[in-house]
Design a protein around this ligand. Structure first.
Ligand SMILES: Nc1ncnc2c1ncn2[C@@H]1O[C@H](COP(=O)(O)OP(=O)(O)O)[C@@H](O)[C@H]1O
Ligand SMILES: [Mg+2]
Length: 257
């Protein structure tokens, strides 16, 4: 049984149709990378999986269970966690306090069990030296680590990452890749949306390109990046006019070289 199964999912905002008839299957242990132009519906898809938005039509099965209409808090306890581009820690609280909030309220743990989950997430993300540091005092890369650790403290089975590399320098991106690799090798299934394509291809077992709510290509990362459909989407974009798309294009050529 797949860990996640999405069937005929549609999402409309008023008259704007963001996703329609969307199907996706994610097996346990996969790292699914998602790319696609701005406005493609990538973040909307993650919101529907995480439960912060509800679909107009369709079904979402998690571990065989229909979670389509369940609230985000319920899904968090079943094992779906999300990390966002802009970390949202409680800035006045320490790293450890933030992780305890997550293991307790998102993870549904108490007492010692909540502490263990928080400590493991902190150690796993290399934040052990910052346990007592207020989250607001961390540099950006460590806030990113905390953002992922916060999700991990809820001991998820499925981790959703929405452009967490945003704002990092090229030199910092490999550290993030290592973090995600560590998460994946601990047995957590990952869906990672990212503009920094080389970060994705370094860990993704599968890649999906989304445009206007439709799957343009899906499969082995190399094959997807070199598919005529994906190339046509990015080749038409002037890298000077759109730096993010240009980034993809450049990486794509490197990748294909
Ligand atoms: N809450 C919302 N209300 C109205 N329109 C939205 C909302 N969220 C997203 N959209 C629109 O849905 C489309 C897809 O957005 P999004 O999923 O954020 O794309 P992506 O993450 O791929 O850039 C965009 O046109 C966006 O403006
Ligand atoms: Mg987005």
């Amino acid at each position: 049984m797949p860990l996640l199964e999405i069937q005929s999912l549609s999402k409309k905002f008023g008259r704007l149709s963001v996703l329609s008839g969307f199907d996706l299957t994610v097996e346990a242990g996969e790292v699914l990378g998602i790319i696609g132009p701005n406005g493609a519906g990538k973040s909307t898809l993650l919101s529907l999986i995480g439960g912060s938005a509800l679909p107009t039509e369709g079904r979402i099965l998690f571990d065989g269970e229909d979670v389509t209409r369940r609230p985000a808090s319920w899904r968090a306890r079943r094992g779906i966690a999300t990390s966002y581009q802009v970390p949202r820690p409680f800035t006045g609280m320490t790293v450890m306090e933030n992780l305890l909030v997550s293991s307790t309220f998102a993870g549904g743990r108490r007492g010692r069990s909540a502490h263990v989950a928080a400590l493991e997430a902190m150690g796993g993300m290399g934040l052990g030296n910052y346990a007592n540091t207020p989250a607001g005092d961390l540099r950006l890369l460590d806030r990113k680590r905390l953002e992922v650790a916060r999700a991990l403290a809820a001991t998820p089975r499925l981790l959703l990452l929405d452009e967490i590399a945003g704002g990092l320098t090229e030199a910092e991106v490999p550290e993030l890749v290592d973090m995600v690799r560590a998460v994946a090798s601990s047995g957590v299934t990952v869906i990672w949306i990212e503009h920094v394509v080389h970060a994705l291809t370094a860990v993704a077992t599968k890649l999906l390109c989304l445009t206007y709510g439709k799957i343009l290509a899906e499969g082995d990362p190399e094959t997807v990046l070199n598919s005529p459909e994906v190339l046509s989407v990015y080749l038409g974009i002037d890298p000077e006019a759109d730096s993010e798309a240009g980034h993809i294009q450049n990486r794509e050529f490197e990748h294909g070289a």
